[in-house]
Design a protein around this ligand. Sequence first.
Ligand SMILES: Cc1cc2nc3c(=O)[nH]c(=O)nc-3n(C[C@H](O)[C@H](O)[C@H](O)COP(=O)(O)OP(=O)(O)OC[C@H]3O[C@@H](n4cnc5c(N)ncnc54)[C@H](O)[C@@H]3O)c2cc1C
Ligand code: SF4
Length: 482
Amino acid sequence: MDTLISVIIAVVVSLFFVRGYLKKLTAKAAPRAAAAPAPVAMHPCPRCSQPIPKTSSFCSHCGAALAMWTVHRAEITTSSGDAKGKPKPVINASLCVGCGGCIEVCPEVGAMELIQGKAILTHPELCTGHAKCAEACPTNAIAYAYDGVLQTVKVPNVKEDFETNVSGLYIVGELGGMGLIKTAINEGKLAIDYVRQRLQAETGKSGAPDDAFDVAIVGAGPAGLSASLSAHQYDLHYITLEQGEIASTIRNYPRHKFLMAEPLSIPLYGNLYIADSSKEALLAVWETIVQNTGVRIQTNERLERVQRNGSGFHVESSKRKYYARYVVLALGRRGSARKLSVPGEELSKVAHRLIEAETYEDKNVLVVGGGDSAIEAAIALGRAGKNRVTLSYRGADFKRARERNQHFLEAAEKESKLRVVRRSNLVEILPASVAIDVQGAREEIPNDYVFILIGGESPEEFLTKMGVEIVEKSLQPTPTFS
Ligand SMILES: Cc1cc2nc3c(=O)[nH]c(=O)nc-3n(C[C@H](O)[C@H](O)[C@H](O)COP(=O)(O)OP(=O)(O)OC[C@H]3O[C@@H](n4cnc5c(N)ncnc54)[C@H](O)[C@@H]3O)c2cc1C
Ligand code: SF4
């Protein structure tokens, strides 16, 4: 009997403790259920259409890097209106390649610094709003904010498949708003994937002329080159036009520029790792790729016009007309320099851009133009070495240029650092001299180099003529390191 009573007491006591323990467990579980994470906001991957979290930086299904669509997915906004106050730079850390260009041009020493390879406004109190850094940034990583309100940027209205409002006309690379070699390469590749899908869906139904190209690719920078390699790989009937040489923008970087990039996959080549490499090394790889693959690029052929016609486009170049079902524009953002069309302009000593003034020494140099770039180039060439610089301008004064540059020019002229010939026109370029017309009289000057810096057509003007809609977008900067 005693044993039975002991067992009953033991069972009751155990039940008491078990009940207490179960109560505690339920109490713990309840708040956990209340704090259960909200459902993750999803959206379709622009490449494979599978649902992915909105916060993802890459697609877990197809591996696409979603930063590529930052501009395409940004909302169209209206202009930030009358900008008030001084502009302050806002740096997009994922676009910054750490070249230091912004820091070099900033007159306020110490306002910006490079930290872990990224430009940072470390001392905002020193920034007085010269607004030179954004101009100098090669990757469009800097936007301005006025009184904390981010300025809008003008970009072509491009959908997530890189097609514009003009059906069949695609824009890839820096022209679309994202400035980096890796994004340009990836976009070029993807645009051709989309074009190929459409061509396959339309087989036999296009009604295009027999000699029509499947696709005309314009520009042979990283974006156009990778689009051309993809078209070559898929055996499409393609044509690629390049106004200068292959990869002109990269060719024109300052000598031995360090390229900050990540490994990436190039069509028909495989993985390319260009981080911490010089531009010379990258150009050498690209030249090898072009030679080994046999990809066809028509250099020194400039696109003049594109017009939608029937089931495709009339594509007019500086040499001839073509018909193409689709057009992929990979023109970059440096635009096309205006030419004078004078005899001798094709000589190799003639340039339409000055890259490194210090490399010219003890030379006879002619600079043509009356705007800021011509004045800045003439002053830099006059100052850099002991060059004999002549600045020829068709106008009587330099009112078009910034006041500051006008003062610098006056001072340089007074100190005989350069010669300014107003109301003059360049009429002929010869191998060792140039001829200028000074109010009806021909003057011949010894010459080693000519810089024709008379402006050019901006990409926006070019696109507007083709009917491409240009919109304003406010791009939020990605967080930078602190
Ligand atoms: C000084 C400098 C340093 C940079 N450093 C880096 C870096 O370290 N890392 C990095 O990732 N990015 C860097 N960038 C940015 C990078 O170079 C660009 O983002 C990239 O080149 C864009 O490629 P793209 O093919 O879109 O355009 P681009 O490379 O500009 O190529 C466009 C091509 O189109 C051609 N073209 C233009 N108009 C016409 C026309 N009407 N007809 C025919 N052809 C035409 C041009 O001649 C050019 O060859 C730098 C840029 C500069 C200027
Ligand atoms: S990429 Fe632009 S923001 Fe970055 S260091 Fe160069 S100029 Fe400055």
